[in-house]
Unconditional design. Structure first.
Length: 554
């Protein structure tokens, strides 16, 4: 019986939104790696952790030094460098095979920016130069001497290394010869690590651009400008370059010409390296944001199909065993399931809501099919949303459903395979101001309303002129609901009242006159009156002439 209960618990957790969470004592911003079936993460507390991918239980822990830069898998081992100047090689179960410390008098490294491994050696970039370390842990040589300079992390080819040095991009061989260097017109290189794909290297810079250079001669293939710094390390896959910008966007560019495929907008700076994966059965790009969120973005359309949360900036994610796994500046490692998910497109975080009907909508995905979306407001009852193929919508009456001040709106997906399980659901927090006055409706009619003929009532928002959806209208005692406008007819001539009601607006009333078919009686009366006037004027003129003629004869 206990075994059965445990199995049911595991089955329930397998459908969860947040599958597991592991806490460290330092920020975890680097990309996790999978080594020998274990998820490996590096924490600023100075340790590398090996975690069970299914449960998050720690398998092993190895101390490498404060503030690790990245994890590199090569030679059936893990290479890890730290900002403080240490480079370690870890084997099975995290056992340290060797460690090099460049923060000693002989080398005087005060800042190490990153490492890269090729078949021959380990290359590291530091504040005072570029070092080559043998695979056995001995230091071969320093191939570039510098004096307290900012470098980017390095990337290696079969027999060369590429790195950014302030405003220049360098390619060097193992002997220390500069094969080429290319200078930016403005800005410099920093945190973005070069990514080599074929004969092109891709790297972001502080000139607000993602750049592509030929590895053969350093000539720039293209540079695509964003609206802020690019410190994100790109992901290059299937001919597309994915990366984040400090402008809050994730970009997908054609790797050959730099033309944009799509742009996905988030709330704050995107500095992590994207990761490809599957969410709810569709191909997505996962990316961690400084807005404390992890995003799943459709590779085809650029639409955000899901947003998960942490309590601090989210780091670079890993997709593994139907989970997206990432660290955060809060010191935690999160693992979210990817079988089903929903996103909230509207409203946005921190939006202000008055009394107008709030349209809550987004996207949803599901591997199992038969999905429905449920919406919750302020930890209340879960309510059914209207769903189509991938879209969903739910309408909120702020007067009855929101509280003054902050309100949390959540969504979750339920399908044939199960339901998301909290507490971590996709959420957005908005502010409801009950002091906001009701808005006005602008109601207009099509001209020349004739008995039995169709006419249209147009309903717009006086605040911005936009058409109004989901309004109630009463015409000739008949009640209807419509979007943007309503077309009807009235069989009998006369005067009628049209009234329109909409949540968050003052009621609007309009009088209309329905004319008889054929010639308008007013037109006939006006014509007769005009004829009489004309006849009278002619007649009076003739009479005047006759009276004048008679007077002369006399």
């Amino acid at each position: 019986m206990r075994h059965a209960l445990f199995l049911l618990l595991i089955l329930a957790l397998s459908n969860a939104s947040l599958v597991w969470q592991y806490s460290t004592d330092g920020s975890v911003s680097g990309k996790p790696a999978v080594f020998q079936g274990v998820v490996v993460v590096a924490s600023d507390d100075g340790n590398v952790y090996g975690l069970d991918p299914s449960t998050g239980v720690r398998r092993w822990q190895t101390t490498v030094g404060k503030k690790p830069n990245d994890l590199i898998l090569a030679d059936n081992a893990i290479y890890v460098s730290t900002s403080g100047g240490r480079i370690s090689k870890l084997g099975a179960n995290g056992v340290k095979q060797w460690e090099v410390n460049l923060n000693v008098t002989t080398y005087n490294v005060s800042r190490l920016y990153g490492a890269s491994v090729n078949p021959k050696a380990v290359f590291v970039t530091a504040n005072n130069g570029v070092y080559v370390i043998e695979k056995n842990g001995s230091i071969r040589q320093k191939i570039l001497n510098l004096n307290d300079t900012v470098l980017s992390p390095p990337a290696t080819g079969a027999d060369y290394v590429i790195f950014g040095k302030e405003g220049e991009l360098y390619k060097m061989n193992e002997a220390g010869s500069v094969l080429w260097k290319e200078r930016l017109a403005e800005g410099s290189f920093w945190l973005s690590k070069p990514v080599i794909e074929g004969n092109v290297v891709y790297i972001g810079a502080l000139d607000d651009k993602m750049h592509a250079f030929y590895t053969t001669n350093g000539a720039e293939l293209w540079g695509m400008r964003t609206r802020n710094w690019v410190v994100s390390t790109p992901l290059v896959k299937n001919g597309i370059v994915y990366f984040g910008s400090n402008d809050g966007s994730i970009y997908a560019l054609d790797s050959g010409d730099g033309n944009a495929r799509w742009t996905a907008q988030t709330q704050l700076a995107m500095q992590s390296q994207p990761e490809s994966g599957i969410m709810g059965g569709i191909e997505v790009i996962f990316a961690g944001g400084t807005d404390k969120s992890i995003y799943a973005i459709s590779t085809e359309t650029g639409e955000i199909v899901w947003k998960g949360s942490s309590t601090a900036a989210a780091g670079s994610p890993l997709f593994y065993q139907n989970k997206v796994i990432f660290g955060s500046d809060d010191g935690k490692v999160y693992a979210y399931s990817t079988e089903r998910a929903c996103s909230i497109t509207n409203p946005h975080e921190a939006d202000l809501a008055g009394y107008k009907e709030l349209v809550v909508n987004g996207k949803h995905v599901s591997e199992s099919g038969g999905a429905s979306v449920l919406v919750q407001i302020n930890q209340g009852e879960w309510m059914q949303a209207n769903t189509t193929d991938v879209d969903w919508v739910y309408y909120v009456n702020p007067k009855t459903m929101l509280s003054p001040g902050l309100n949390v709106i959540s969504c979750q997906v339920s399908d044939a395979g199960g339901s998301e399980i909290g507490p971590a659901f996709t959420t957005v927090t908005i502010n409801h101001d009950p002091g906001t006055p009701l808005s006005d409706l602008v109601v207009t009619l099509s001209p020349d309303i004739i008995e039995g003929g169709n006419f249209t009532v147009y309903v717009n928002d006086a605040d911005d002129g936009s058409p109004v959806d989901r309004f109630n209208i009463t015409v000739d005692g008949r009640d209807f609901r419509s979007n943007k406008n309503y077309t009807t007819n009235i069989a009998t001539p006369g005067e009628y009242t049209v009234s329109v009601k909409k949540i968050g607006f003052k009621d609007a009333t309009l009088k209309i006159n329905v004319n008889a078919s054929g010639v308008n009686p007013l037109y006939i009366a006006g014509g007769v009156l005009l004829i009489i006037i004309i006849v009278w004027q002619v007649w009076t003129k003739v009479l005047k002439k006759k009276f004048a003629a008679r007077a002369k004869k006399r």
